[in-house]
Design a protein around this ligand. Sequence first.
Ligand code: ATP
Ligand code: MG
Length: 227
Amino acid sequence: MKGVFVTGTGTEVGKTVVSAVIARMAAAEGHSVKVFKPAVSGLDELADLRGREPIWDDAKLLADHQLLRLASSSAQSDDEISPYRFGPAVSPHLAAEMADEWIEVETIESRATEAMEGCDTFVCEGVGGFLVPLTRDYLVRDFAVFLDLPVVVVANPWLGTISDTLLTVEAIRNAGLEVVSVVMTPWPDSAGDLERSNRDTISSLGEVSVRELPLLDLRRPDEWPGI
Ligand SMILES: Nc1ncnc2c1ncn2[C@@H]1O[C@H](COP(=O)(O)OP(=O)(O)OP(=O)(O)O)[C@@H](O)[C@H]1O
Ligand SMILES: [Mg+2]
């Protein structure tokens, strides 16, 4: 597979963790990997690493583009991974307006194309859920359609996930894209009837394979499993 687009049922579901695991697996297999995320917001809430290169011990503190770079062993710059980066933790179109900036669709698409063409494996994380606006009239969905990559859906295993996940799967397929699998994260060690039923229900109603990703120590990538 040339690459993958990682979306999720919403924000904070584990897209960066899943993207990092995929990127790390591909890099460990000897692929040259490039990563991308069209816009990152919420940088105000992150630790100040004072300009030094992050190390794995910082994993919990990193912005998405930094963790993706670390996981992929890519030499991409911040701009090459995420052309738009904002301080406030709000949707990118609003963050751009608050900063008096304008997200250019052409910039996002051309940077992503450059990255995709320069590697064996391209891992792109979306922003929030599948219908989040990047501009007032260009959604994450439109960007995924532009890339035309198979899509991984990240979801949580707990109550409420069935409808959120099936809606996301349906929207992706309606956009003409393939859903490779749903990844449920973090999959609890002590998964009970609820989590197992959620997993099996999503798999059968969504006609999709569902994988489980356990809670990882983000600082110890050598202990991460494959997905
Ligand atoms: N398998 C896992 N192992 C360890 N931590 C996890 C796992 N899954 C999710 N998390 C935790 O859940 C939180 C959200 O994960 P993550 O940052 O990957 O979400 P996201 O969907 O990328 O969020 P955003 O919408 O801000 O990009 C993080 O604190 C992350 O460490
Ligand atoms: Mg993320």
